[in-house]
Design a protein around this ligand. Structure first.
Ligand SMILES: Nc1ncnc2c1ncn2[C@@H]1O[C@H](COP(=O)(O)OP(=O)(O)OP(=O)(O)O)[C@@H](O)[C@H]1O
Ligand SMILES: [Mg+2]
Length: 274
């Protein structure tokens, strides 16, 4: 079976201390992973500075690896070229950490949805306003909102949860195959997190989306992921099915994570049982 995404021996060094410095930090070291064609949720967890966001940025083509190969559908992830980038972004969309930063406070949120709909209209034909509104509404309905609820609103007129759901809806408009969500619920009220990440499970089922879910929040990762990757200092230290990793952690770090899950989530139901 062909791969949706594959990373092969990917390493990323960042220069430290200015252009002329020879010092480097190894943000990601020799990481290999793959997503198959079958929709799945892959969580990447690990302590701060372990390289999670660097992996996300490389998968999104925002930065190139220092060495190694990243392929999406068998072709190198598009880092350059306006046409190539747009074709790539149609299939791979980001969900950002902080919805209040993703949206300009002075701009109505519907404008983001409309701009994305205009930029990613099917067939590249210039869509009518009615088509644009239909695309935005269709995406919003998938995450439990309607265009009527967000139309004409400024970001501060929506709750953090509504705004993050709107950001997820925006990412759905191009009808992508893969979402890369880097800490998507860390700025959202703890009581709403599970509801938002449960949307990911639902989107996987309804739309056949694959999702890379990057988080510190192990409880949510455990309940929605098919697979979990645990990173430490730029390297993958453990990888496997969510249940397997947390039921039988091999690495001291994964053992600590398991304890965090157990103590953090006595009242949570696994998504698969809801
Ligand atoms: N643009 C950059 N320039 C220089 N160093 C960077 C840059 N981005 C990340 N780093 C360094 O690379 C390492 C990995 O950072 P990264 O942001 O990928 O970690 P992370 O796992 O996402 O952390 P967090 O959980 O805090 O978000 C860190 O040591 C970080 O300081
Ligand atoms: Mg990060």
């Amino acid at each position: 079976m062909s791969d949706l995404l594959s990373l092969s021996h990917v390493t990323k060094l960042y220069r430290q201390g200015g252009m002329l410095s020879r010092r480097h930090v190894t943000a990601v070291r020799d990481v290999s992973l793959r997503l198959g064609e079958e929709p799945e949720i892959l969580s990447i967890v690990g302590e701060s500075g372990s390289g999670k966001s660097t992996i996300a940025a490389m998968i999104l083509g925002q930065t190139a690896p220092t060495s190694g190969i990243l392929n999406f559908r068998g072709r190198p992830v598009a880092v350059h070229g306006k046409v190539e980038r747009r074709a790539f972004m149609r299939e791979v969309q980001p969900v950002l950490q902080n919805p209040f930063e993703a949206f300009n406070p002075l701009k109505k949120v519907d404008r983001y949805l409309f701009e994305t709909a205009r930029n990613f209209s099917p067939d590249g034909i210039r869509p009518s306003q009615a088509d644009i509104e239909r695309m935005a509404d269709r995406a919003l309905v998938h995450i439990g909102l309607t265009l009527a609820e967000v139309k004409g609103r400024f970001p501060h007129e929506l709750s953090g949860g509504q705004l993050q759901r709107t950001a997820i809806a925006r990412a759905l408009i191009p009808q992508p195959r893969l979402l890369v969500a880097d800490e998507p619920v860390s700025m959202v009220d703890a009581s709403l997190r599970m509801a938002i990440v449960n949307l990911f499970s639902q989107l996987k089922k309804e739309l056949g989306l694959s999702i890379i879910y990057i988080t510190h929040d192990l409880a949510t990762a455990y309940y929605i992921s098919d697979r979990i990757i645990i990173m430490k200092k730029g390297e993958i230290v453990e990888e496997g099915g969510a249940r397997a990793v947390l039921d039988n952690p091999q690495h001291p770090y994964s053992r600590a994570l398991k304890e965090a899950v157990l103590s953090a989530s006595p009242d949570m139901e696994p998504a698969s049982l809801v």
